[in-house]
Design a protein around this ligand. Structure first.
Ligand SMILES: Nc1ncnc2c1ncn2[C@@H]1O[C@H](COP(=O)(O)OP(=O)(O)OP(=O)(O)O)[C@@H](O)[C@H]1O
Ligand SMILES: [Mg+2]
Length: 392
């Protein structure tokens, strides 16, 4: 590590400050810029200072610590979090990792060993992107509370639109049981995410690349397992590592999700920088879209990071734009009409943006891609990378 790693040490109530201080390495690249008593105070300090590494110290099992880790990870998924714990009772270690921490060290421990663990967490988390100073690429999670609303259609057309604009794009098929991105793009599942998890070992960008299948548009796909029973092998921790690797090696990552807010979908939303909420233009579907948007709000996802797409949005449905806004609480960003070319293009395995570029549906999906490309360029307050127009 050549650059100093600005580190915040957050002390939970009940942990012995001296035990923690004795374990901290001195004279290394790990630069402790703040040692803060209390997790609430630490959270405030974290908002005010640029921090590269968060170390949380607790006495033993602590729900407060778990909530704190969860918040820190949600705020910036690419920043490592390490836990120092005076004792690690049953179940706590697992919960710490589930909350998104990178490592847990039981105290007392020598400063040398603590330093090694901290450096390992930083190196692993940042991978090649830290070495080159390259920020993580935007990751767009395509969501819809109900089945059949057009999520896969949107993911594929968005991915291909971005690729047509010369960006390096990977689509992840997170519909782990019934994924059909491969079908929609006419790709056969030579390699899938299941093969990647079964390969074991550490996940770096180069390894993940080997499991992607390429479409003629240049979009690469991490395909869903070929059998539904294989889905259980894909854990939330594994997904987090896959996303980190993909975001370090692509210009855009698009995630196609199954309906609803499953644990995998929630983890993907947490790891993503942007969301596309796909709904349909009927009152039942609009109600679900509203619920989905409210769920995102509860998760702390700001509206400006969400694009709302209404599919099958024809004027003859009899719901006006104002009525839509009144039901879902916001104006939709993109309207995609019903178009018989869409099922034809799905059957051909070529998305409409590639097969029928002049159709109204293709234009709508291109606008969606443009909205993501035209995102603001200032660094975002929540640490998520903003959308910079960046060519391959
Ligand atoms: N605007 C449209 N016009 C015509 N057909 C459409 C349109 N949108 C979607 N379809 C058709 O509806 C079907 C379902 O779309 P899609 O697979 O994208 O939905 P989904 O939300 O991914 O479903 P699931 O929840 O099952 O994954 C597709 O076969 C597609 O051809
Ligand atoms: Mg789908």
């Amino acid at each position: 590590m050549s650059e100093r790693v600005k580190t915040l040490i957050a002390l939970d109530a009940g942990v012995d400050r001296e035990t923690v201080q004795t374990a901290l390495p001195e004279g290394s690249d790990i630069q402790v810029v703040a040692l803060v008593d209390g997790l609430e105070e630490s959270w405030t300090a974290l908002q005010e200072t640029a921090i590269d590494l968060v170390v949380v110290a607790c006495g033993g099992y602590s729900e407060r610590t778990l909530v704190f880790i969860d918040g820190v990870v949600k705020q910036r998924a690419d920043r490592p979090v390490v836990v120092l714990c005076e004792s690690s009772p049953n179940g706590f270690v697992r919960r710490v990792f589930e909350a998104g921490a990178d490592d847990i060290i039981t105290l007392p421990e020598t400063p040398g060993n603590v330093l090694f663990a901290l450096e390992k967490a930083v190196a692993r988390k940042h991978g090649s992107s830290a070495a080159t100073g390259v920020a993580l690429a935007p990751m767009i999670c395509v969501l819809g509370p109900k089945g059949g609303t057009g999520k896969t259609l949107t993911s594929c057309n968005l991915g291909v639109s971005l690729a047509q604009d010369d960006h390096k794009v990977t689509i992840v098929d997170l519909d782990l049981q019934f994924g059909d991105v491969g079908l929609a793009l006419g790709l056969s599942p030579q390699r899938t995410i299941y093969d990647l998890v079964k390969a074991g070992g550490s996940l770096d960008a180069e390894k993940v690349e080997g499991y992607l299948v390429e479409h003629s548009s240049g979009v690469r796909v991490l395909m869903a397992p070929t059998r539904p029973d294989q889905a259980t092998a894909i854990t939330v921790e594994f997904l987090r590592s896959v996303y980190a690797s993909l975001r370090a090696a692509n210009d855009f990552v698009v995630v196609d999700t199954p309906p609803g807010f499953t644990p995998e979908v929630i983890a993907s939303i947490d790891s993503s920088s942007h969301v596309c909420m796909v709904g349909m233009l009927d009152s039942l579907s609009l109600k679900n879209t509203k619920l989905g948007l409210e769920t995102l709000e509860l998760m702390g996802y700001e509206r400006d990071r969400v694009q709302v797409l209404l599919n099958r949005a024809d004027s003859r449905v009899g719901i006006s734009a104002d009525e839509v806004a009144a039901i879902i609480g916001t104006k939709p960003d993109i309207l995609v009409p019903s178009d018989r070319e869409i099922p034809v293009s799905v059957n051909e395995g070529t998305p409409v943006v590639a097969a029928r570029g002049r159709s109204e549906a293709a234009r709508a999906f291109r606008s969606l891609a443009e909205n993501y490309l035209a995102g603001e360029t200032a660094p975002s307050t929540n640490g998520r990378r903003s959308l910079l127009r960046r060519k391959k």
